[in-house]
Design a protein around this ligand. Sequence first.
Ligand code: TYD
Ligand code: MG
Length: 448
Amino acid sequence: MAKTKKAFVCQSCGTSYPQWAGQCRSCSAWNTLVEEVIERAPVDQAWVAPGQSRVLTLDQVDRSAERRVPTGDLELDRVLGGGWVPGSLSLLGGEPGIGKSTLMLQVALHAGAKALYASGEESAEQIRMRAERIGFNGPGCHVLAEVSTSKILQAAEQLKPDLLVVDSIQTAYNPQLDSAAGSVGQIRESAAEFLRYAKARHVPVALIGHITKEGTLAGPKVLEHMVDVVLQFEGDKHHLVRTLRALKNRFGSTQELGLYEMAERGLQPVANPSAWLLGQRGEGLSGSAIGITAEGLRPLLVEVQALVSTAVYGTPQRSCTGFDTRRLNMLLAVLEKRCGFHLASKDVFLNVTGGLRVDDPALDLAVCAAILSSQEDRPIPPGVAFAGEVGLGGELRPIARMDARVLEAGQLGFDYVWGAKTPGMPKRPHGVHFVALDRISQVVDNLF
Ligand code: TYD
Ligand code: MG
């Protein structure tokens, strides 16, 4: 039997070496050599389904792969775009303790599907304890405590599950490579094997991956290129809310947001997120404004809190939670230049409450309103929500899905939406007063 051939390949120039070295002799780059399989033993060919490499016209291609398998979890379905695509490889990333294993175990326990949950992180007993805590009974869920990629795949070949979960890709180990589990070569090789399995057997495979301190998925970027879907599970340790987003999705949008709450008995989807996020709002306080963001198809109301105070040190501090600090600096510059507010010598702290992180530019207007309210120490009248992007000239720009945002605000009992002038928007959409604005300075004039 032919043996598997391995080599250390420079990731920068592609030169291969029989042994590891700190520096590539060809391109002089440091630490770029990674162990790779060059020639596979023929046994691996078994993963390639017969007839796969035929040339076909597009209408000859089987459409059954388009079918989606609902995961049994509505939030996950939303983020995936309707469920698992058979034969797809997904990667779920997140910081330790955020709830990746819990989420995937819940999905594996989902009754009606035969699932294999392979864990290299926990023993079968620990997985059982977690399952009991979640309180699901999943007769179709099979567990395997194993790190060896080939053993996991052998078990999957026997069991023929409808879903394979691997927790985590960093513990998956291919004994053919000498490098340690979690190294770039091991991660890539294991992921490639799971990919071959997924494609050959038309089974969705979900890999769990850890995130490094820098916030990127541990292991190589190349993993993100290999998989079809990259999901990111995020949240603040001190808040219960967890957000699930797709960073990459070959079969759907990357705009959708899934919201969960970590409860005593597993992760619960948040049914009415806006009401939940606004639950503890401090009405009548200065520096608080409600913004309407839209994550994917779903509008969400969030509270933005700002605190503007005189800087104690020479250089004023600007600090954000849940919002981009550079964007805050830009908005402060606009308020200074276009509205005449002197904020250059002020400390500004900004917080999107509930532990959510928002990138939607439509939150700009609420951020500006919160800052102005704190600066003037005057609360924003109750029942007002904001939605609009602020440009460098102090102009307000129309944003996408304004109608849906206004509707959401109306449903939550808001009487006024202050927004960027939107073509075609009636004066009282959905029973809400829509205050159309052109410039940020109008907010200043009208608010106080
Ligand atoms: P876990 O899924 O182990 O995180 P990860 O796999 O991302 O490292 O989540 C662990 C945390 O979740 C832990 O701090 C305990 C908490 N938890 C609950 O609050 N409720 C539950 O029902 C479960 C299973 C976990
Ligand atoms: Mg885990």
